[in-house]
Design a protein around this ligand. Structure first.
Ligand code: G6P
Length: 360
């Protein structure tokens, strides 16, 4: 059944391996009879009525929200903000006239997000919850719900839910764009299909990624993740994943910010993961990687096919540039998994963490 380990040693690796099937399920669940993407009319109405979207989330779900904002703004042209729930509730920004609140939560039970939901409902604003759990608190208390269809996620470190969140957000953005009459060259349906194949190929190549862990993370106490635009957001998630289960101190930041402080931490052998999937910032991020390499950093470059250079450590298959997070994150998930495994940590139940945090 969905909640049994089967032949896998850990839930985390099981759930990483389930990601292609989660992608296929989402593509299927969000299709109408004509084979076009659809979402409920009531949700389309919510989106059409709003002048600004406020995405509220915590942890990994917050990182998915950062990617979702890019889709909604770039494809549908609707201004979107992404906020950490625990900050928003005590430091609410100035709101637009017609806000729509979108709660992203794997469990649908996170207390920080719920506190915002209770507050905005009292003020009479509309809410949409995107969650993996049918009937969860955030789903019941919002006006509308979109389901992630990722199946039960048992490992504390979130993997397939993040990929599902990004995929569903891409569909929401594409449908909104269509409803608003925006022209687009992107065939999201077929591009998500290519993404699914690319995720499978990264998973099949897990032994190469295990080698990366041996070369870059076996003895280190810290690690850095750099990238720009989409790759910056995935770096934040890569760093969080690594912290959560390997206990290696990790930080993700924008490649351009490196020189404004963090570079002081680079020592001989410090691992720096540099993600390259966006053509327009390829050379900028590579320049940042050179700056740290010159100071002794052990740079691991993960590049997308077509943007690679000699000496890169890992090449991910080519997919649409907006959709690369769905593939590149899988490399980081596997890096974290093997780093934790090699350190003898409890991969599925890391110390001090809970799967869902129901206190503020
Ligand atoms: C906890 C989990 C994280 C998760 C966060 C938000 O801290 O350990 O993995 O990202 O909660 O959870 P949610 O269920 O709201 O997505």
């Amino acid at each position: 059944s969905d909640t049994e380990l089967g032949t896998y040693p850990h839930y985390m690796i099981k759930e990483i391996n389930e990601q292609p099937q989660v992608m296929r399920k989402i593509i299927k669940e969000y299709q109408d009879d004509n084979g076009d993407f659809k979402i409920d009319d009531a949700i389309i109405k919510q989106l059409n009525d709003a002048d600004r979207l406020y995405i509220i989330a915590a942890g990994t779900s917050y990182h998915a929200g950062l990617i979702g904002k890019e889709y909604i703004e770039k494809w549908a042209g609707v201004p979107t903000e992404v906020h950490v729930a625990s900050e928003f509730v005590y430091n609410t920004p100035l709101l637009s006239e017609k806000p729509l609140f979108i709660f992203i939560s794997q469990s649908g039970e996170t207390a920080d997000s719920r506190a915002v939901l209770v507050d905005i409902k009292e003020k009479g604003y509309p809410a949409l919850t995107i969650t993996n759990v049918v009937g969860s608190t955030l789903s019941r208390e919002a006006d509308q719900t979109l389901i992630l269809h990722a199946g039960p996620e048992i490992a504390v470190a979130s993997t397939k839910a993040y990929v599902a969140q990004i995929a569903v957000l891409s569909i929401v953005a594409a449908v909104t764009a269509r409803e608003l009459g925006k022209k687009s060259d992107l065939n999201l349906m077929s591009e998500l299909g290519k993404v699914t194949t690319a995720i499978t190929s990264v998973i099949d190549d897990a032994s190469t990624i295990e080698e990366i862990v041996k070369n870059f993370l076996e003895t280190t106490r810290n690690a850095f993740f750099i990238g720009r635009t989409m790759d910056y957001y995935v770096g934040l998630e890569g760093a969080l994943k690594l912290k959560e289960i390997s206990y290696i101190q990790a930080e993700g930041f924008a490649g351009g910010e490196l020189k404004h402080g963090t570079i002081a931490l680079i020592e001989d052998g410090t691992p720096v993961f540099s993600l390259i999937t966006q053509e327009k910032v390829n050379l900028n991020t590579r320049g940042n990687a050179q700056e740290v390499a010159a100071r002794g950093a052990n740079v691991c470059t993960i590049a997308m096919e077509g943007l690679e250079q000699e000496g890169d450590s890992y090449i991910i298959p080519r997919v649409d540039e907006m959709l690369t997070p769905l593939v590149s994150v899988v490399v980081y998930q596997l890096i974290s998994y093997y780093a934790a495994l090699h350190r003898g940590n409890d991969v599925d139940k890391p110390r001090n963490l809970a799967k869902s945090v129901t206190v503020e």
